[in-house]
Design a protein around this ligand. Structure first.
Ligand code: NAD
Ligand code: LMR
Length: 324
């Protein structure tokens, strides 16, 4: 049996937390042989709900769970953490864009980043889910000066999974047949789902789908799916978000075996994206290291979409410069 790893989850009593914790505890994320110590953070008003969640986790009798810590102190929650899921923050309502959350949620990530800096393992893997996730990840990263910026990422995997789902539905095949579709940019309406490297059952996606559908209905459906779910459910996506968070962290932990996936990471200037912006790129993971696939041909349409995301993320960065 491997020694247990410490996994911190913020907003653990929220909707995403409720779906995410059971996947981590069952071994779906870090593997069936990897014990975990769950370190769960909530704000004080959330602590009674978190106590209930902890009771249910105990009642689930997961063999891989070696301990559960429930706390409202970030210094405790991030102590020696190997992996962190930063979910705790408020979701938008139907009348908002994700970027409208920036002044409400951004400040959370300064304290979180600092506590991770001071207490987590130096090679901790941090996934920011709370919106606007790219810029919140930028804030957390900037608040952790002692850690390498490669420790930080934000989640566009839900968008990738949505894109794969739409391609599969359109062709009438199981989603497992869809490979290597990925997302450029921001987890916002400007995102660009790119099918240039995607295949469906081995056939290039560009040979299957009409480019007017890809650039029209497909792009719009993926980019605005979060709002469509809020309108339909009366609450933002939770189970699919938790599932995408597991996919992202599992790929980071175990590698992608050559598959291209989407992760928002601090840019090093790839594809002309200004250094430091937390930008979703096509990546592969090997030996725990994320590598951007940096040799793709980018057509004029993609170039223009990438620029829209650079502009949007630069504007978000300007809006929180007091937090960086
Ligand atoms: P929720 O309101 O159900 O739960 C959020 C929890 O966070 C609450 O229990 C709250 O008490 C807690 N919280 C608030 N501030 C905190 C803090 N400073 N520290 C610790 N905990 C704190 O919301 P949810 O549905 O779980 O969504 C959480 C976030 O995830 C939202 O910002 C939402 O927009 C975002 N989200 C992102 C994606 C994505 O793809 N990146 C997908 C879905 C949702
Ligand atoms: C999503 O994409 O479902 C989440 O980011 C929630 C939202 O506000 O859209």
């Amino acid at each position: 049996m491997l020694p247990p790893i410490r996994v911190a989850v913020t907003g653990a009593a929220g909707n995403i937390g409720y779906a995410l914790l059971w996947r981590i505890a069952s071994g779906s994320c870090f593997g069936p042989d990897q014990p975990v110590i769950l370190q769960l953070l909530e704000i004080p008003p959330g602590m009674p709900r978190l106590e209930g969640v902890v009771m249910e986790l105990h009642d689930s009798a997961f063999p891989l769970v070696h301990d559960i810590v429930a706390t409202s102190d970030p210094n405790v929650a991030f102590k020696d953490a190997d992996a962190c899921f930063l979910v705790g923050s408020r979701p938008r309502t139907a009348d908002m864009d994700r970027a409208d959350l920036i002044r409400a949620n951004g400040p959370i990530f300064t304290g979180t980043g600092k506590a991770i800096n001071d207490h987590a393992k130096k090679d901790v893997r941090v996934l920011v889910v709370g919106n606007p996730c790219n810029t919140n990840a930028l804030i957390a990263c900037a608040s952790a000066p002692d850690l390498d910026d490669s420790c930080f990422s934000a989640m566009t995997r839900l968008d990738q999974n949505r894109a794969a789902g739409q391609l599969a539905l359109r062709k009438g095949v199981p989603v497992a047949k869809v490979q290597d579709v990925f997302i450029w940019g921001n987890h916002a309406d400007t995102m660009y789902p790119d099918i240039s490297r995607a295949t469906v059952d081995g056939t290039p996606a560009t040979e299957i789908y009409d480019s007017s559908w890809i650039r029209g209905e497909f792009l719009k459906t993926v980019a605005t799916r979060g709002k469509a779910i809020i309108n339909a459910r009366g609450a933002s996506s939770a189970a699919s978000a938790a599932s995408a968070a597991v996919d992202h962290m599992q790929d980071w932990w175990m590698g992608t075996d050559g598959r291209i996936v989407s992760m928002a990471i601090p840019s090093k200037g790839w594809y002309g994206v200004p250094e430091g912006l937390m930008f979703s790129f096509p990546v592969v993971v090997e030996g725990g290291k994320i590598h951007v696939v940096d040799d793709l041909e980018v057509d004029d349409f993609a170039r223009q979409k990438i620029q829209q995301n650079v502009d949007a993320l630069s504007a978000e960065r300007d809006a929180v410069k007091d937090l960086l």
